[in-house]
Design a protein around this ligand. Structure first.
Ligand code: PMV
Length: 371
């Protein structure tokens, strides 16, 4: 697959107006994406669990305009107009215009809401950008389907193509968003370890996965709900000329290779060692950047130490991962959830800002709500 394959033939019919709603989840990486090339191409492959409860619901209303000069859109979050969201979407539209040539011909209203609080420190870019990409794909699907005289090659709207292009577009909005279209394990970034993997879009993990990883739990401890001091964009860019970049990118390839037998056999101890190392390596890259920065907070470290102590004492398979922030994702198998959740409530929630946490688990991807 190359970018060219996502450029549609001219649309020969138009749809005057319409409305579509998608909900799309967040995801949490096990092997982390950190560092990118031009056009949101990742420096290394990554793999994530798609989440189930943390999601964005977006309704896109569209109507044909007279002229095709500028992009025309308004954005609403929880019913409130958000002009400060516009520059990000303007950039997104500019990046994807060549793949969705109808964009300039319609006026859009984008209404969005998240199931998690906006200021929770949980990035809404993965779920938000994937939900918007899916809504736009639904518009394109109508434009293409409207002309039944086209051959099926010219009407490539089967589910596989639809999801692939949605993931491709979402990537151009926010890299990790390309892993939010489907579930339950998604790989993004070309690597010999995973057949069919691509730098352009996420693909479903194609190999066998042990029962232990079904319905894996993710309790997100909200340690710091404030705005991050350093954005992911800045963090990715600091991987240019980073002294450890080359080794880190190779390590991600190696970790994906190592994860395959772990996912197949269900070896939870090896799984834990690999994902915790990935989380700490991500933050080590931040600390070793120039300028350097730290996104973990004292309570992040307290939680990590408590998790290690509890695991040592009980032998239960509790583990953690981190994204680019201070919050801790506590990961554990479903069958151990009653004891581990009790521990989280009794021992870990005290380290959360206002005692806030979110219970989530592996999910299966985005859903069309209304077309
Ligand atoms: O998609 P971005 O640019 O927000 O980067 C996400 C980076 C991490 O969350 C730290 C890792 C990942 O693979 O999701």
């Amino acid at each position: 697959m190359t970018e060219q394959q996502f450029i549609p033939k001219a649309y020969s019919k138009t749809v005057e107006s319409g409305k579509v709603t998608w909900e799309s989840p967040s995801n949490i990486a096990l092997v982390k994406y950190w560092g990118k090339k031009k056009d949101q191409i990742p420096e290394n492959p990554s793999i994530s669990f798609t989440l189930n409860n943390c999601k964005t619901i977006t309704t896109l209303t569209f109507s044909k305009k007279e002229n095709a000069f500028d992009f025309e859109f308004d954005v609403y979050l929880d019913g409130e107009k958000k002009d400060d969201f516009k520059p990000k979407i303007q950039t997104f539209f500019e990046r994807i215009e060549v793949y969705l040539p109808f964009l300039r011909y319609y006026k859009f209203k984008i209404e969005t809401k998240n199931t998690f609080p906006h200021s929770s420190g949980i990035a809404s870019s993965a779920s938000g950008m994937s939900a918007l990409a899916l809504c736009l794909m639904s518009v394109e699907k109508q434009l293409i389907q409207a002309d039944a005289t086209l051959s099926t090659v010219e009407r490539p709207v089967d589910e596989n193509y639809f999801n692939q292009k949605a993931s491709f577009l979402a990537r151009l909005g926010s890299g990790s968003a390309c892993r939010s279209i489907e579930g339950d394990l998604i790989v993004w970034g070309q690597t010999d370890a995973i057949e069919g993997s691509s730098d352009l879009f996420g693909v479903k993990y194609p190999y066998q996965v042990h029962e232990n990883f079904k319905a894996y739990q993710d309790t997100i401890l909200l340690v710091d709900k404030g705005e991050k001091q350093v954005s992911s964009t800045v963090g990715h860019n600091l991987m240019y000329n980073h002294p450890y970049a080359k080794n880190r990118f190779q390590q991600a390839h190696d970790n994906l290779e190592k994860l395959k037998p772990i996912l197949e056999s269900g070896d939870l101890n090896d799984f834990i060692a690999l994902i915790e190392s990935e989380a700490l390596t991500l933050h080590a890259m931040m600390m070793a950047s120039m300028p350097y920065f730290i996104l973990m907070k004292p309570n992040t470290l307290k939680i990590i130490n408590k998790i290690w102590e509890f695991r040592q004492e009980t032998g239960l398979h509790i583990s953690f991962t981190l994204d680019a922030g201070a919050n801790v994702h506590v990961l554990y198998p479903k069958k151990e959830s009653s004891e581990i959740l009790k521990f989280i409530k009794n021992e870990l929630v005290a380290y959360c800002q206002n005692g806030h946490y979110i219970c989530d688990q592996i999910g299966f991807g985005a859903k069309l709500i209304k077309n």
